[in-house]
Write a protein that binds this ligand. Sequence first.
Ligand code: ATP
Length: 255
Amino acid sequence: GSALSLLEVRGVAKRYGGLAALDGCSLTLETGRITGLIGPNGAGKTTLLNVMTGLVRPDEGRVLLSGRDVTAAAPHRFAALGVARTFQIVRELGSLTVFENLLLAPRRQSGEGVVASLFGRRKWWAEESANALKAKALLERVGLYKLADQQSGGLSGGQKKLLDLARALLLEPRLILLDEPGAGVSPPLKLEMIRLVRELNAEGVSFGLVEHDMHLVGELCDHVHVMAEGRLLVSGTFGDVVKDRRVVEAYLGVA
Ligand code: ATP
């Protein structure tokens, strides 16, 4: 790959029974960029994010992180190498507070039992460990500080997405893969999400953005990969790809 290649997939395939979720997908996320990953429903975008974070191991093909082969690496390895992600449906524990969800995130990522961690529940808020201080600073950053001791189950869709972003940031990643950060998010929080992603990008964090909301993609991405049927269809600037005949046809379902 090029010198700018941060995360690259080459010829990646993943089959579920007779269905090819990914079918020879090759594309690159470049250092410093916010790269859009778009395409019609079922194109393989979420499966690709799973492959790019070690949650799904491809049947064929390779995953390269800064040129190093990480195809068979486990999720915690991707995390340790600076690749974080958010989820289409945020995985939070609704009965825990916002702060607890964040504080326990690294323990959950490392496979430590949450129940065990909560046994003899301590006054997490009073904790002054490095992680607790970092978690508080991140809640401030994403605008959730005032909600820190509320149960996360009561958060709005957008607030959950911001909590998920804060969780990703705990890793101090160099690349964050966002899975539909705009889905189910109110317009003001969508603006907040855009502002944060731009700010983080200016600080040097690269992004891969899976999103159906074309306004969000246009606002954030200079470069976009369009996927269809498990592989790359077209790459280019946002302005170019949305006009591309093949892209329009893929979205309309024209064979
Ligand atoms: P959307 O935009 O609707 O989220 P997508 O582009 O993210 O779609 P994927 O979720 O990656 O697409 O799914 C690609 C195809 O693979 C779909 O047909 C889906 O049903 C199938 N698929 C994905 N994961 C699994 C799985 N674990 N088991 C069986 N089929 C799966």
